[in-house]
Design a protein around this ligand. Structure first.
Ligand code: ASP
Ligand code: MG
Length: 438
């Protein structure tokens, strides 16, 4: 069994949905996980925002636009009147359900119900389409098996037990369809795995059923060795290890949700990134096998913006122990993850990407020493075989960057990663300079 996930643009038009139906029949038996049609979740976010701000008319206006868009979609997707009617009914029911929220109280609970509708629409329409063309399948409601616990982490035991039960009850079926992104929480309410979470759903499903392979279908042919928005001539990378893929996904390669690497890694299920627009392209294979170095050290680079650098300078660090613990405790208190860290004997620099509690953090840190904050920073993450290759990698990297002021450098945290921090203004220069050494 394989798990195939299709993103919003891969099912963004009726024609694309039809193409997906052709693709999946070559990969049977499989579980197909769908995102919402592109643009839908954003529109639903706008509907909820309007309701939260009590702008009812605006929410109705956005909702009517969504409805109009889907009526056109349905007319083009289906050829029979019966299916068109069922499609209209599905949209109408969902729209009526959301419109009910415009009277009465509106909280995050209702918001999450609204956000879930995009995936319910896409899978509902796709299921109807498969039936119209005579492809037998079973639609498995994700809300029956996908669950997060009190800490908002996936409840893997629950997912495994409930999903496998459903599959064994349908053991003659070779095509299952389900929603990405949506789940239930520990109070059994409708919730979600956060924006872009369909990849995470696919990975959790693949791990839960111990599948042969997880395929993530998007509109680019794999993870590229550099950011195609800033650099020309980037190339897809054939293979990555789970750890390399996790670093790249986290530090900017937008193609894969960073959390989605872990469940696959834990069960050693390979993940293949493929392109719906170019199905014959090789894409990127992420797997466990220790990948032999290509002898060129740097395999890929990715960049993540919106980083804040915090420097704490204190004479109390000198020859003292316990100082870093006190620094880390402050970030823990404010539930703010630290990404990068470098130290000297009298100062420590670290980065965060969540500035919601920055004022509180700075106030606490000032009790330990002088604090400097630099905003608008970019993390540049280089992935490759650095330690294994023994020597030369750092020299080539820094040579390529000899004219660029570097704010922080982190080397040796893992064997496959070198991380740099630069001012965001320099990002394009850095990515293009590094491209020369691939
Ligand atoms: N539809 C959700 C979003 O737009 C989940 C996903 O596409 O992965 O964030
Ligand atoms: Mg996505």
């Amino acid at each position: 069994m394989k798990v195939l996930k299709f993103g919003g643009t891969s099912i963004g038009t009726p024609q694309r949905m039809r193409d997906v139906a052709v693709l999946i029949r070559k990969e049977l038996p499989c579980v197909v996980v769908l995102s919402a049609v592109s643009g839908t979740t954003n529109a639903l976010v706008d509907v909820s925002d309007s309701l939260l701000k009590n702008k009812k008319e605006n929410s109705i206006k956005i909702l009517n636009n969504i409805e109009t868009k889907y009526v056109k979609f349905i007319c083009e997707l289906f050829s029979t009147e019966a299916c068109k009617r069922k499609g209209f009914e599905l949209i109408k029911n969902i729209s009526v359900r959301i419109k009910k929220f415009s009277s009465g109280k509106f909280s995050v609970k209702e918001e999450k119900i609204i956000l879930a509708q995009g995936e319910l629409i896409s899978t509902g329409l796709f299921s109807l389409y498969l039936s119209e063309i005579g492809v037998s399948h079973v639609l498995l409601p994700a809300l029956d098996f996908m669950k997060i616990n009190k800490d908002e982490e996936p409840d893997t035991k629950f997912i495994e037990a409930n999903l496998n039960k459903q599959l064994s009850e349908n053991n003659k079926v070779n095509l299952f369809l389900t929603q990405g992104y949506i789940c239930r929480n520990s109070s059994n309410e409708i919730d979600n795995l956060k924006r872009g979470g369909s990849d995470y759903s696919a990975s959790l499903i693949g791990a839960a059923i111990n599948c042969e392979e997880i395929q993530i279908w998007t509109d680019i042919d794999g993870i590229h060795n550099n950011d195609p928005r800033f650099v020309t001539n980037t190339k897809p990378i054939d293979e990555l290890s789970f750890d390399e893929a996790a670093e790249l996904a986290y530090f900017g390669a937008k193609i894969l949700h960073p959390s989605s690497v872990l469940p696959a890694k834990e069960k050693n299920v390979p993940v293949r990134l493929l392109n719906t627009l170019k199905p014959q392209a090789k894409g990127t294979l992420i797997h466990e096998r220790k990948i032999k170095s290509n002898g060129r050290h740097v395999k890929a680079v990715a960049a993540k913006d919106g980083i804040i650098a915090v420097k704490i300078i204190s004479g109390r660090m000198l020859l003292a122990y316990g100082f870093l613990r006190r620094v880390f405790e402050i970030f823990e208190l404010y539930k703010t993850p630290i990404d990068m860290i470098t130290t000297s004997e009298v100062a420590v620099s670290l980065t965060i990407d969540d500035d919601r509690n920055l004022t509180g953090i700075i106030k606490e840190l000032q009790k330990l020493g002088n604090v400097e904050v630099n905003k608008n920073q970019t993390i540049i993450c280089l992935v490759g075989d650095f330690i294994a290759e023994k020597s030369g990698a750092a020299l080539r990297i820094f040579n390529a960057l000899k004219n660029i002021p570097l704010r922080m450098i982190s080397y040796g945290g893992s064997e496959n990663n070198i991380t740099l921090l630069v001012d965001t203004k320099l990002k394009s220069d850095v990515l293009n300079s590094l491209n020369k050494i691939f």
